[in-house]
Design a binder for this molecule. Structure first.
Ligand code: GCU
Length: 439
């Protein structure tokens, strides 16, 4: 997400992609089989929503926990929370800004999560809210001088490793980065449409580098932290952020959307699969290991995921290096676990590593589970033109441009949420109509 990568690092990343042999040619995609979400482990076919909910869904959850993301420990409320710092006149009076720290150990030195929340000041009732983890610190999501800056981790410029960051620097709050990712969050646009935004710096939950595990929540929560995964920990943290949001009566508990970009999109999908309190879910270019079809030999490979980011997935996932065909599940089934909640899958045309077509096909396939609930799913098998959004029970677009989150993306997410929940400004929500729209 708009991280400023120096040219050298980009070159290294490109070289890494090469060594792990990403295929970027459609004609070279080998034959593959998409696993059928509607076939039970015993081979029987799932024909109704009840069999899905009672039998197939638990089977798939168990496989994802066992083979992909590791088993999640039970919810653990923070041991304490700080005072909530509230400013009712933030952003020129347009927002109520709240900030709070949730502590997961008795002492101040252990893992703690700093949550930033904006709510529309003009709201007449409880507001719908988008929650998403951020990449670079809360103070980067808006230029608002009232955001308490995070201590952040950045890659040591001297670290030239081609297999993910090895040397990281823990830096004190740096005001020069305030607002640097504002375009990725569109706070003012969300507020004007009647939505709030809640966000947490994902390193607060577990720093994202080799060795980062020791500094995050995993060792605090489980006996065998290696058996879990960073992705699992980030997903767990999202549910803890939601626990907190649901204590705030200014937030509508039935309208909390979860949005995640890229690796944080993978984490968001797993969080939403596990936690039905997320009532609308957005995967922004979550790619392989997220929404996309891993078994489709286009874009990023399991080899790359497992070598460049060995902490992201659980130990069992390593056996699929070089063998995605052996993985018993795929992105279509991860998406199906969100059913029947509104789900939006977004791709970017130049983000070939994520395999836009693989993301689209997974969304189409997940629609079969939505149909069990009397929903349409995507309502088409035809990939839309670039920059044309499909807004059904499942939404989809492929935006022109690179791997990123843009104003275009947020415009579609707001329209999608409006469609399913009623225009945010006019709570309570309507029931979800379905229609196809363009930009
Ligand atoms: C890398 C990784 C992707 C991931 C992306 C991101 O490119 O290979 O799987 O989605 O980082 O999180 O930005």
């Amino acid at each position: 997400m708009a991280r400023r990568l120096p040219i050298l690092l980009l070159t290294i990343l490109a070289a890494t992609a090469q060594t792990n042999r990403y295929n970027f040619e459609e004609s070279k995609v080998p034959p593959y089989t998409v696993p059928d979400p509607l076939t039970l482990n015993n081979g029987e076919h799932v024909r109704d929503a009840r069999t899905w909910t009672e039998k197939r869904r638990p089977e798939l959850m168990a496989i994802f926990a066992d083979q992909v993301y590791g088993a999640t420990p039970p919810p653990a409320p923070p041991l304490r929370t700080s005072q909530v710092f509230t400013d009712r006149k933030a952003l020129d009076g347009k927002a109520i800004r709240k900030q709070v720290t949730l502590y997961f150990t008795p002492d101040d030195a252990g893992p703690q999560m700093h949550l930033l929340l904006y709510l529309p000041a003009a709201a007449k009732g409880p507001s719908p809210v988008f929650l998403g983890l951020n990449f670079n610190g809360n103070h980067t999501v808006n230029a608002d001088s009232g955001i308490l800056p995070n201590e952040v981790w950045v890659r040591d410029p001297a670290d030239l490793s081609t297999t993910g960051p090895k040397k990281m620097l823990h830096l004190p709050p740096d005001d020069r980065t305030r607002g640097q990712n504002a375009a990725n969050w569109q706070v003012e646009k969300l507020l004007a449409a009647g939505y709030g935004l809640a966000t947490v710096y994902y390193y607060d939950i577990e720093p994202d580098f080799t060795g980062g595990m020791k500094l995050g929540v995993r060792p605090v929560l489980v006996k065998d932290p290696e058996a879990w995964s960073a992705m699992g920990a980030w997903a767990w943290g999202l549910s803890r952020a939601l626990d907190f949001l649901l204590t705030d009566r200014a937030i509508d508990p039935a309208r909390v959307a979860l949005m995640g970009h890229s690796r944080l999109g993978k984490a968001a999908l797993w969080a939403a699969a596990q936690d039905p309190r997320f009532s609308l879910v957005i995967s922004n270019e979550s790619g392989k290991g997220g929404a996309s079809l891993l078994k489709r030999g286009f874009g990023e490979t399991t080899d790359h995921l497992n070598t460049a980011f060995p902490e992201w997935f659980c130990p069992n996932y390593k056996q699929y290096t070089g063998h995605p065909e052996k993985l018993p599940v795929d992105g279509n089934e991860l998406l199906a676990l969100i059913a029947p909640r509104p789900l939006y899958v977004a791709s970017a045309a130049d983000d070939l590593g994520s395999d836009p077509k693989g993301e689209f096909l997974a969304a189409v396939n997940a629609g079969r589970v939505y149909q069990l609930f009397g929903k349409k799913g995507l309502g088409t098998t035809q990939m839309p033109m670039v920059d044309q959004a499909i807004l059904q029970d499942i939404g989809y677009h492929v935006r022109s441009g690179k791997h990123d989150v843009t104003e275009f993306d947020w415009r579609q997410y707001i329209a999608f949420a409006d469609q399913h929940w009623g225009t945010a400004a006019t709570a309570p929500a309507k029931t979800s109509p379905t229609k196809t729209t363009s930009k």
